[in-house]
Design a protein around this ligand. Structure first.
Ligand SMILES: [Zn+2]
Length: 501
């Protein structure tokens, strides 16, 4: 049996290394590749994808797993590798090849149609793609997870073990508290001064500050890189080779710096994975929501705190001396946290962001349940924006057409962003109980205890536990949105000088 297990490890290691090559060439495509190489690269990616698919669905791998599944003579780490590899193998082999090909073809065609429909503000050109995906993703669900509802099956890809009913209950709580709070803030006379954040912030200085902060909080530049791409992301091939990207815009200093911090949070998770089992499932990141909890932990819980603003205020004044005249730490902190309902999700602030996600989740859930039709989407979207955020998109480009997710059939992805924010907050409070001086650490620029805590509790745990088990293990209770709501209420009522404190 040891021999079979060794055989499995060899097979999984090879697949992981091939995936590492794939990640490196797709990173290169986004960051470095000359535009004239696109055709050749597409062919290379398709060829490699074919090899990886072959390895992942090879009958020899299935036989090896069948042998191992009947034996109980393994330790926790080995059991985890066998369990995860079996799950992956089952998922890959249960789906008919025809369906895999049709989904891939629609994904590529869908993206092109979406880009044009968004540019021309023509939802009707894009709606047939959503309609087709809906049918295909229902069929996919009936093959992959025949025992659960189609939308739960799609959610399971991103948030294993979490159902739409559970998410609905959490999101309803958020909606009930946040929508009225945002309404109060929008109508409050007192508003933070954000004028000093307007105008030009030289890009070389932004880049220098972003690299400094990323290094300060723990990104290891000898085991990773930070570059520029159209859409910021975190990629790479191994915990010793983590590639993050960000983007700079000379008139939006906050977005650039915080995008860099966000991606650094993802990167710290990747760099913190267990190195001795880097090519095995046990060391892989847990779920989308947990990954997002790590980026948001640094971006929101740490970097948007008063302590962090206090520490970096001098750097801000030094890098951008013409912008900092007459500005105090308090003005800086308030401006970084200003709340203003807007149409675009990716530009939303901490407080309005969850409502953008709740809206998308509700639409997806109702679409899969057959309670609404694709043609209703633009109007439904706009109505929900008005109810939740008090604003109505003037067109579909700023409304239902803004995200790329549905163009590639990624239904069930959106909730992870907000679940991540709730996890991040709950983890932060648990850490504060164990490290009561955390705010002083942040204010003095000592991020080592925080990074070590996250390495120990989350990054090095890989896939050993389910997300539900992990959150209880770390915080002593299941996911509880109440902490997140109290944190938001307290913070934003103070910034906006609202009653109730
Ligand atoms: Zn992220």
């Amino acid at each position: 049996m040891r021999k079979s297990y060794q055989n499995l490890v060899e097979k999984l290691t090879e697949i992981s290394r091939l995936n590492g090559v794939m990640n490196t060439i797709t990173w290169d495509q986004e960051v470095m590749m000359p535009s004239g190489s696109a055709y050749a690269r597409t062919g290379q990616i398709a060829a490699l994808a074919g090899v990886i698919h072959e390895r992942m669905t090879a009958p020899a791998l299935g036989e090896c797993l069948d042998e191992l599944k009947i034996c109980s003579d393994f330790n926790t780490v080995e059991c985890c590798n066998i369990r995860e590899a079996s799950r992956q193998y089952d998922l890959m082999t249960k789906i008919p090849k025809r369906l895999v090909q049709t989904l891939a073809e629609l994904s590529s065609r869908g993206h092109t149609i979406w880009v044009q429909a968004r540019r021309e503000n023509k939802f009707n050109d894009f709606s047939p793609v959503i309609q087709e995906f809906l049918l295909l993703k229902k069929e996919w669900a009936s093959c992959a997870f025949p025992d659960i509802s189609p939308y739960d099956a799609n959610l399971d890809l991103f948030e294993r073990g979490t159902t739409a009913a559970e998410i609905s209950a959490i999101f309803d709580q958020l909606k009930t508290t946040l929508a009225p709070l945002i309404h109060e803030i929008t109508h409050q006379t007192y508003q933070p001064d954000t004028a000093f954040l307007q105008g030009c912030f030289p890009i070389d200085k932004q880049a220098a500050l972003a690299r400094k902060i990323s290094q300060d909080i723990g990104f290891q530049f000898d085991k990773g890189r930070m570059d520029v791409s159209v859409h910021p992301f975190c990629g790479g091939s191994d915990p010793t080779d983590v590639r993050i990207t960000t983007r700079y815009s000379k008139d939006d200093f906050v977005e650039s710096i915080y995008a860099a911090i966000h991606e650094t949070g993802h990167a710290l998770y990747e760099q913190g994975r267990k190195i001795e089992s880097a090519d095995l499932p046990v060391s892989e990141s847990l779920t989308m929501g947990i990954h997002e909890s790590q980026s948001l932990f640094w971006e929101r819980m740490v970097a948007q705190s008063r302590a962090f603003c206090t520490h970096y205020f001098d750097s801000f004044c030094e890098f951008f001396s013409d912008k900092s005249q007459g500005i105090t730490v308090d003005t800086f902190y308030q401006a970084i946290n200003a709340c203003k309902p807007d149409f675009i999700r990716v530009e939303a602030d901490e407080l309005t962001y969850p409502l953008h996600l709740i809206l998308r989740f509700e639409i997806e859930r109702d679409l899969f349940a057959g309670n609404i039709s694709v043609n209703d989407l633009p109007e439904l979207w706009n109505e929900k924006m008005l109810t939740y955020l008090g604003i109505r998109p003037p067109n579909d480009t700023l409304g239902v057409l803004q995200d790329s997710h549905w163009s590639s059939g990624a239904f069930g992805y959106f909730p992870s962003y907000t679940l991540g924010a709730i996890y991040a907050c709950q983890f932060y409070f648990a850490m504060q109980r164990e490290l009561p001086d955390v705010e002083q650490f942040i204010a003095s620029g000592n991020f080592v205890p925080i990074k070590n805590w996250l390495n120990d509790k989350i990054h090095s745990q890989g896939k050993l536990y389910s997300p539900q088990e992990l959150v209880v293990k770390i915080t002593g209770e299941p996911l509880n949105p109440q902490h997140y709501l109290s944190y938001l209420e307290e913070k934003y009522r103070a910034i906006y000088r609202l009653n109730g404190l």
